[in-house]
Design a protein around this ligand. Structure first.
Ligand code: FAD
Ligand code: SF4
Length: 470
């Protein structure tokens, strides 16, 4: 590291360059170019190596951040990538999609006054570079136990669980109903945030490590859980949360009203040239006025997807003000740059339709922020007489997700809480009420983040190792 302790003043925080707006408005390609070697080394050198690394504590997988920043600064990429994989199964993904402003970078000692170290981009850089150099995990010293674990769901939770198990001599066999691994990483998060090749490459790496994948295979339909329980030594469930939330608006089932996730899944399948399915037909926003209801990351993904599909006008309508939006500030900024319009402090009242039942707009009412609630969050209060109609040819509901029903699990003694989440406490190693079945990720904690799903998948793998006495 630099001898100059004030290097964070001399060298400001720099974010990687973005592609030109002309490209960003029409193409489904990652908008960030990534750091060069010299940029990464210089930005890593801004780390103070403060004695108490808050970044490390705030990171849900507790990455050894200052240590790999030092290795990057010294140009030791192969050492950095090994260290990075000790705590994270998909560091190149987290580096791209974690809301760093709320996690590691938000806790960086330099954040308030000088600009946080660009931790996420450097994490991404380490693995991207190592792969370019031909690096892959070395499992030659791992002794095979002969044990096999079935993993239901190839999302970040399932993949992280498989990663830890295979490194401990257990053969994970991962089942997923989709044609590619990644779960929401592939079929939810759009390619402008996370290139689809990243997960295709990971499938190759995991396969070479000894993980088996059975894709296009739905548990409860194509294969039965009873057979997996008989055939395997344990089962891990990382099935996510797939029930879209609705607002209960009049006419919300009208033609032209869509749920966010089927819209995003179908768009990604279209780009990846996978076959459309009945439940996710391709939805084309070309030449349409699109209104997206909601203010989280999913809403940002929908507005930016609509722009790229060629919508004439795209508006995000959110019931609080900009400062209270739950989505990442970075993504709101990106959406604005790409031409998305925002209506803040508005609440939908009903969907307006024509005589053929086709959506024509959303009836809205303006809101203002009231007194803070018990959690300190100010709730929106309706402004009387402020109704107006926002014209729309298509409306996307992006109000979030809750757990979907999984009767095939309940039949085997797995209990759910009153919100439909699988009961699998951390203190019990993420074991469910069926001792042979473990679970983690969104299906257990409710919709959350990639990095928390990875954390739970890894911890559940430790629980499985204890259960199997490995
Ligand atoms: P999932 O990723 O949902 O994976 C579950 C997998 O299980 C799926 O592949 C599914 O096909 C499979 N499956 C389910 N049931 C079965 C069955 N019966 N048989 C076989 N397979 C089955 N988080 C971030 O950190 N950053 C972001 O920028 C971000 N953006 C997001 C954007 C969108 C649009 C959405 C919806 C979410 C976003 N998230 C983001 C949240 C994040 O993607 C999830 O928290 C995370 O993917 C959860 O991981 P998981 O493994 O628990 O579930
Ligand atoms: Fe930050 Fe996420 Fe990486 Fe942790 S995993 S260091 S929170 S980007």
């Amino acid at each position: 590291m630099s001898q100059n302790v004030y290097q964070f003043i001399d060298l400001q925080r720099v974010d990687p360059p973005k592609k030109s707006l002309n490209i960003r408005k029409i193409e489904f390609v990652e908008i960030y170019e990534g750091f060069s070697a010299s940029q990464s080394q210089a930005q890593a050198d801004r780390c103070l190596a403060c004695g108490n690394p808050y970044c490390e504590w705030r990171c849900p997988v507790h990455n050894y951040i200052p240590n790999w920043l030092k290795l990057v600064n010294e140009g030791k990429i192969l050492e950095a990538v090994e260290l990075s994989h000790q705590t994270n199964s998909l560091p190149e993904v987290c580096g791209r999609v974690c809301p760093q402003d709320r996690l590691c970078e938000g806790s960086c000692t330099l954040n308030a006054e000088f600009g946080a170290v660009t931790i996420g981009n450097i994490e991404r850089y380490i693995t991207d570079e190592a792969f370019k150099m031909g690096w892959k995990p070395n499992l030659s010293n791992v002794e095979k136990t002969g044990l096999r674990v079935a993993i239901i769901g190839a999302g970040p939770a399932g993949l992280a669980c498989a990663d830890v198990l295979v490194r401990n001599g257990i053969t994970p066999v991962v089942f997923d109903r989709h044609p590619e691994i990644g779960g929401l990483l592939t079929f939810g998060i759009p390619a402008f945030k996370l290139d689809k090749e990243v997960l295709i490459n990971r499938r190759r790496i995991f396969t070479e490590m000894g993980v088996e994948f059975r894709l296009n295979t739905e548990v409860g339909k194509t294969v039965q859980l009873a057979d997996l329980i008989n055939e395997f030594d344990a089962v891990f469930v990382g099935a996510g949360t797939y029930q879209s939330m609705r607002a209960g608006l009049e006419n919300e089932d009208a033609n032209g009203v869509y749920d966010a996730l089927p819209f995003l899944i179908a768009n990604t399948k279209h780009i990846m040239q996978h076959q459309q399915t009945e439940d996710t037909p391709y939805i084309d926003m070309k030449n349409k006025r699109v209104v997206v209801l909601g203010g989280g990351d999913t809403a940002m993904d929908c507005v930016r997807t609509s722009i790229r599909q060629g919508a004439t006008e795209v508006t995000c309508a959110y019931r609080r003000d900009e400062a209270n939006m739950p989505g990442s500030k970075r993504e709101v900024k990106n959406a604005k740059e790409e031409g998305v319009q925002f209506q803040f402090n508005v609440q939908p009242l009903s969907i307006e339709v024509n005589n053929s039942g086709q959506v024509t707009g959303v009836k809205m009412v303006r809101t203002e922020l009231g007194e803070p609630d018990a959690k300190g969050r100010r709730s929106p209060v309706i402004v009387e007489g402020s109704e107006f109609v926002l014209p729309a040819d298509a409306v996307v509901m992006a109000f979030g997700f809750k757990p979907h029903a999984m009767p095939w699990l309940a039949e085997h003694g797995v209990d759910f809480d009153d919100r439909g989440r699988i009961i699998a406490p951390e203190i019990k190693g993420y074991q469910t009420t069926n001792a042979k079945i473990f679970a983690g990720g969104d299906a257990v904690r409710g919709s959350d983040l990639v990095v928390t799903a990875i954390s739970e998948g890894r911890k559940a793998a430790e629980g499985i190792l204890d259960y199997l006495e490995v």
